[in-house]
Design a protein around this ligand. Structure first.
Ligand SMILES: NC(=O)c1ccc[n+]([C@@H]2O[C@H](COP(=O)([O-])OP(=O)(O)OC[C@H]3O[C@@H](n4cnc5c(N)ncnc54)[C@H](OP(=O)(O)O)[C@@H]3O)[C@@H](O)[C@H]2O)c1
Length: 336
């Protein structure tokens, strides 16, 4: 394809194992409106334009279709080792015995014999059905219980031992929770997936993660403009309408979304933008390889932070009348 980006030009993040992970991936969560078939089509197209990193999860409900697309691509000459594929353990599969079964299911659906990384999607075993309302609570929900999380982590470590998974990692963690995990893990997390976009830069957590030799992966890097209704509140701000970002975008002749991706890659995280539109996912990949932001632009982008978390996770709360902030340990200790 004439306009494709050469995957060799995409910057890489070196993990503590020495493995090289492409510094941009394609998100595959359809935000409740992109069908599994459409998402598989995006994966085909994105790999066609040069993406080599996919962010998948069993709860996205589309790994079976993505697997069919991957099989076709392998048939057409793509080699497995050229790809970086992540999947995630969903909250209702934290129990011993469930972790390996869940990983094997993702592997079968994706038609792969190993994953590059497998993450615990949320540090709570609190289940909610896909697409449920924001008020929905599961009666057996619980706060973070470190002993329980470690039982799940031991199972994650076994996945590395038996070769099903090359790296294990975390998602939706906080400094206090990660500190306990780092103290007790036999196999350290290699990556930590966290919400990161210009209006939610999490500077302290970001530096903590990097300081521990863990690669930060930034989800909702554009500010998730089409996220489900349940993940919207009136206070939320819109990154792609930020005047500083719009000014840089105008000067560079790109969409504000692309500036968000450039900023993310140059700052040192690995953004995983989702798009169903070829022009947009190609523009994002091009943005990832250009390093077009000046030091002054990077300073201006740092100044756009509004500490505006978009994915608040209310459905995972465990008590009535609780603030979503309890999920994020905003007072520095693990909320009970
Ligand atoms: N670990 C977790 O708990 C977690 C949570 C949330 C998300 N994630 C992961 O992160 C991925 C990305 O997050 P997200 O989907 O919430 O949000 P996002 O990537 O910030 O935003 C995606 C939206 O931005 C639009 N977009 C993308 N590129 C664009 C461009 N160049 N110009 C204009 N619009 C553009 C897309 O619309 P078009 O389709 O029209 O281009 C799409 O609707 C997910 O797919 C998922 O893999 C993980």
């Amino acid at each position: 394809m004439q306009d494709a980006v050469d995957p060799a030009l995409v910057p890489k993040r070196t993990l503590y194992t020495g493995a090289a992970m492409p510094a941009i991936g394609l998100g595959t969560f359809g935000s409740d409106h992109v069908s599994p078939e459409e998402m598989a089509e995006c994966v085909r197209g994105a790999i066609g334009v040069g993406y080599r990193h996919l962010d998948c999860a069993s709860v996205y409900g589309n790994e079976h279709c993505i697997g069919a697309a991957l099989q076709e691509l392998f048939g057409g000459g793509l080699r497995r080792e050229e790809l970086w594929v992540t999947s995630k353990l969903w909250n209702d599969r934290h129990a011993a015995g469930e972790v390996m079964a869940s990983c094997r299911q993702s592997l079968a659906d994706l038609r792969l014999d190993y994953l590059d990384s497998y993450l615990v999607h949320w540090p709570f075993p609190n289940f909610h059905p896909p697409g449920c309302s924001v008020e929905s609570r599961s009666p057996d929900s619980q706060p973070y219980i470190h002993a329980d999380f470690m039982k799940t982590w031991r199972e994650m470590e076994k996945l590395v031992d038996v070769g099903l998974v090359r790296h294990i990692g975390t998602s939706n963690m906080t400094i206090p929770k990660l500190t306990l995990l780092l103290r007790d893990a036999r196999i350290q997390p290699a990556v930590n997936e966290m919400e990161l976009h210009p209006h939610f830069q999490q500077p302290e957590f970001f530096e903590f993660v990097r300081g521990q030799g863990i690669a930060p992966i930034g989800y909702s890097p554009i500010g998730s403009p089409h996220r489900p209704e349940r993940d919207r509140t009136p206070e939320d701000s819109v990154d792609i309408e930020d005047p500083v970002i719009e000014e840089i975008a105008g000067r560079l002749g790109v969409h504000s979304a692309v500036v968000c991706i450039m900023w993310a890659v140059q700052r040192g995280q690995t953004p995983i933008p989702q798009s169903t539109n070829r022009r947009n996912y190609l523009a994002n990949l091009r943005g990832a390889v250009t390093a077009a932001l000046t030091e002054e632009d990077m300073r201006a982008m740092a100044g756009t932070d509004r500490n505006c978390r978009l994915i608040k996770g209310q459905v995972f709360l465990w008590k009535d009348n609780q603030s979503w902030e309890d999920l994020w340990d905003v007072h520095g200790a693990i909320a009970q």
